[in-house]
Design a protein around this ligand. Structure first.
Ligand code: COA
Ligand code: ZN
Length: 310
């Protein structure tokens, strides 16, 4: 079976927009449950201004404790600028992600820079991270539509992805930040992106606002992409992108991939434990589109008599 790689972004993309302040210990427990389910990489936190995103104010502490508790787990952290990189490096982070939006307005709303400045800052941050021996990812956000400017020109997405690759980003993450993409668009855009970035270096990051997250992931699989972001329980949404719902749920993505002949290395039962834990923390019902069915299946397995060997 062919393997796909999933990065669970719930600890960062999922939690950044939550009203309830989640403790560092609870964030670590969520990550521990993800690792126990077989998730091989997570986006653990972000080193952004605590004024912009109060939920991520504990980033340094979280990374230090995570490295101690789960040294084998691959974890990346989002950094918007050199100050974020400096903080991440000081805390012991080994992988960073820069976030470059493909429109002028989204960059201004998100990181208070225009597109040109955001591109140059991302390039400098990538160069410095590489000098420090860190792994790197570069998000190209609002790669389909921008909540402020409408449809994002494909040529612009291709230009920025290509630039991030030239600047040495290990992985280029094509992000549907507001969850507006459809499978046909995914096919078209990834076809064009493959011309400038080797497909093995491309990852996709879908939100499930319109219920098309899994269909979009399938379109990406068909386009040759094998690296996916997802969020356990479908938690998430960008606080600076109005109308964005959570990411495609990791459990939905794993179910789709495994039933289509791909292996993920991830146990859905393990993910269900993480969903239940997150529900208790956030005090509300969570889960992707398949959650009711998945829980019922697990219940049935628990009730079934243990098979005896003759
Ligand atoms: N981490 C922590 N603090 C930071 C920082 C970082 N990465 N970058 C800047 N700051 C601090 C500065 O030191 C300064 O602090 P002071 O007021 O105590 O002097 C203050 O923030 C303002 O600095 P400035 O460079 O003018 O930043 P800004 O106000 O233009 O904000 C960002 C820019 C990028 C820091 C801010 O918009 C941000 O954190 N955005 C993140 C958005 C996000 O997380 N989006 C979701 C993920 S895509
Ligand atoms: Zn996102």
């Amino acid at each position: 079976m062919e393997r796909i790689h999933i990065t669970d972004v719930a600890p960062r993309d999922g939690l950044q927009n939550q009203q309830v302040q989640v403790s560092t210990a609870a964030k670590l427990e969520l990550i521990r449950l993800l690792a126990a389910a077989g998730v091989q990489s997570v986006e653990a936190t972000s080193f952004v201004s605590p004024k912009a995103v109060p939920q991520m104010a504990d980033a340094g502490e979280l990374v230090a404790q995570l490295n101690e508790a789960l040294p084998e787990l691959r974890s990346s952290v989002l950094v918007p600028n050199l100050k974020g990189l400096e903080r991440a490096h000081a805390a012991g982070a080994r992988e960073i992600a820069v976030v470059l939006s493909a429109t002028e307005t989204m960059n201004r709303k998100n990181i208070n820079m225009g597109l040109h400045e955001a591109t140059e800052v991302s390039a400098r941050t990538l160069a410095e991270a590489r000098r420090l021996g860190m792994r790197t990812r570069a998000y190209v956000a609002v790669a389909f539509d921008c909540p402020f400017e409408g449809e994002t020109p494909l040529a612009e997405v291709v230009r920025l992805a290509s630039r991030m690759r030239e600047e040495g980003a290990g992985e280029i993450v094509i992000a549907d930040t507001i969850g507006s993409a459809s499978p046909g668009q995914v096919k078209e855009r990834l076809g064009a992106l493959r011309e400038v970035v080797p497909v093995g270096q491309l990852a996709v990051h879908f939100h499930d606002t319109r219920g098309m997250g899994v269909a979009n992931a399938w379109a990406a699989l068909e386009a040759g992409v094998r690296r996916f972001d997802a969020s356990v329980g479908g938690i998430g949404g960008c606080p600076f992108a109005p109308g964005a719902a959570g990411n495609v749920a990791t459990e939905d993505l794993v179910l789709m991939a495994e039933r289509s002949g791909f292996s993920t290395g991830i146990s859905i039962d393990g993910l269900l434990d993480a969903v239940s834990f997150a529900e208790a923390q956030l005090q509300r019902a969570l889960g992707g589109r398949a959650i009711t069915w998945l829980r019922r299946q697990r219940e049935k397995r628990r009730m079934a008599p243990v098979a005896r060997t003759a």
